[in-house]
Design a protein around this ligand. Structure first.
Ligand SMILES: Cc1cc2nc3c(=O)[nH]c(=O)nc-3n(C[C@H](O)[C@H](O)[C@H](O)COP(=O)(O)O)c2cc1C
Length: 334
C-alpha cells in the first residue's frame, strides 16, 4: 500500500486530506463522521473578530448594568456561567473536539485588526488547538489606503500572533495581491508556518426584482482549483512554509493534482458539504488507487513533481500559457 502519512505545520497526519473550515466542526458528532471517514485533520469554522468584539461589548454591558461599584459588579460574576458568549463556546468546543478526535484540530480566527486576536490565539492554544489558521478577510474600499499599508498591517498581525503562541500558525490568503510571492515570503518571515491558498470571497449578487443586494454562497466546482493550483506550483520550494490548497478539491484526481503541484495537504469543504462526510473515504480511495497504478510509494514522493520547478516547461505557469490558450480559440469560432 502506498504511504499516505505526511506532516502539515509540523503535525503528523495519517494522510494529506484535510477538512477546511466549515460547519462540520460545530457539532462534535459531525466532526467525528469526518474523522471516521479517514480525514487527516480538521480545520474548525472560524471565530470571527465581530464575535470577539460583540463579547467584550456584551460583557461590558452585562457587568455595568445596574452596578454602582466594582465590588457590586463582582457579585454578577457567578451568573456568567449562564451567559452564552460566542468565543467562550468556541473555546469549549476546541476542548470537546480534542477529547473525541484523534486527528489534529486546527482552530480558525477570521478578522482584520489586531484587537483581540493575540489574546484569543493564546486562549485557543490553551484550550488544546493543535494549530491556528488566521483568515485575514479584508476588502479595501478606500482609495486613500495603499496596498503597502494594508500588507504591512497584516504582516505585523501575523507576527504578533505567531510570537504569542507556541502552536504553529498558518495564514489563509486571498488571491488578490499584486505580488503574491512577495507577500507570501513576508508572512513566512513573520512566523507563518503554513499558507492556505485560497480563501473564497463570496460575491454579493443584485436582486433586480426587489432591488436589493443579496448575499450568496455557492459551493465550488473542480474548475476553481486552477487558481490555487497555479500559485502553489509557482511557489513550491521557494518558501519556508507548508502550502495548502483550498478551493475546488472534489475528487481523488483533484487531490493528486494538488500534491503534484506542491501542496502539503489538499483541503476540502464544498464536496463534503454536498456529498456528506463519508465522501472523504472515496477521495482517499481514489488517491490511493492512482498512486498504486503509477507506482508512487508515498505522497512525499509525488509532491511538487508538477510544480514550476518540476516540469520541463516552467513558462506553462506564466504569461506564455495565457497566449497559448487564447490562440487555441482562434479556429473554434462558429
Ligand atoms: C458552508 C461553508 C462555511 C465555511 N466557513 C468558513 C469559515 O468559518 N472560515 C473559513 O476560513 N472558511 C470557511 N469556508 C471556506 C472553506 O473553508 C473553503 O476555504 C472554501 O469553501 C473553498 O474550498 P472548497 O472549494 O473545498 O469548498 C466555508 C465554506 C463553506 C462552503
Amino acid at each position: 500500500m502506498p504511504e499516505l502519512k505526511t506532516t502539515y505545520l509540523g503535525l503528523n497526519l495519517r494522510n494529506p486530506l484535510v477538512a477546511s473550515a466549515s460547519p462540520y466542526s460545530k457539532k462534535v458528532e459531525k466532526a467525528k463522521e469526518l474523522a471516521d471517514a479517514g480525514i487527516g485533520a480538521i480545520v474548525m469554522h472560524s471565530l470571527f473578530e465581530e464575535q470577539i468584539n460583540h463579547e467584550s461589548r456584551a460583557l461590558d454591558h452585562f457587568l455595568n448594568q445596574g452596578t454602582e461599584s466594582f465590588a457590586e459588579a463582582l457579585t454578577y460574576f457567578p451568573e456568567m456561567d449562564h451567559y452564552d458568549v460566542g468565543p467562550e463556546k468556541y473555546l469549549k468546543l476546541i476542548g470537546e473536539l480534542k477529547k473525541s478526535l484523534s486527528i489534529p484540530v486546527i482552530a480558525s480566527l477570521n478578522g482584520v485588526s489586531s484587537g483581540g486576536w493575540v489574546d484569543y490565539s493564546r486562549r485557543m492554544q490553551d484550550a488544546g488547538a493543535d494549530a491556528l489558521e488566521l483568515n485575514i478577510y479584508f476588502l479595501s474600499t478606500d482609495a486613500v489606503v495603499t496596498s503597502g499599508d494594508l500588507e504591512k498591517a497584516q504582516v505585523e498581525l501575523v507576527q504578533q500572533v505567531s510570537e504569542s503562541v507556541r502552536i504553529p500558525v498558518s495564514v489563509k490568503l486571498n488571491p488578490f495581491y499584486t505580488s503574491l510571492p512577495n507577500f507570501a515570503a513576508r508572512l513566512t518571515a513573520a512566523g507563518a508556518k503554513g499558507l492556505v491558498f485560497f480563501n473564497r470571497f463570496y460575491q454579493p449578487d443584485l436582486d433586480i426584482d426587489v432591488l436589493e443586494v443579496v448575499p450568496t454562497l455557492e459551493l465550488s466546482t473542480s474548475a476553481e482549483m486552477r487558481l490555487p493550483l497555479r500559485w502553489i506550483a509557482i511557489l513550491y520550494g521557494k518558501l519556508q512554509a507548508d502550502l495548502a490548497l483550498s478551493s475546488g478539491v472534489h475528487t481523488g484526481s483533484d487531490a493528486v493534482k494538488a500534491l503534484m503541484a506542491g501542496s502539503q495537504v489538499a483541503m476540502m469543504t464544498s464536496a463534503l458539504v454536498h456529498e456528506g462526510a463519508g465522501y472523504a473515504a472515496k477521495v482517499l480511495e481514489e488517491l490511493t488507487s492512482w498512486m498504486k497504478a503509477r507506482e508512487y510509494t508515498s505522497v512525499d514522493q509525488m509532491r511538487g513533481a508538477l510544480s514550476q520547478k518540476g516540469v520541463a516547461n516552467p513558462a506553462a505557469f506564466e504569461r506564455a500559457n495565457y497566449l497559448q490558450v487564447l490562440t487555441r480559440f482562434d479556429t473554434r469560432l462558429k
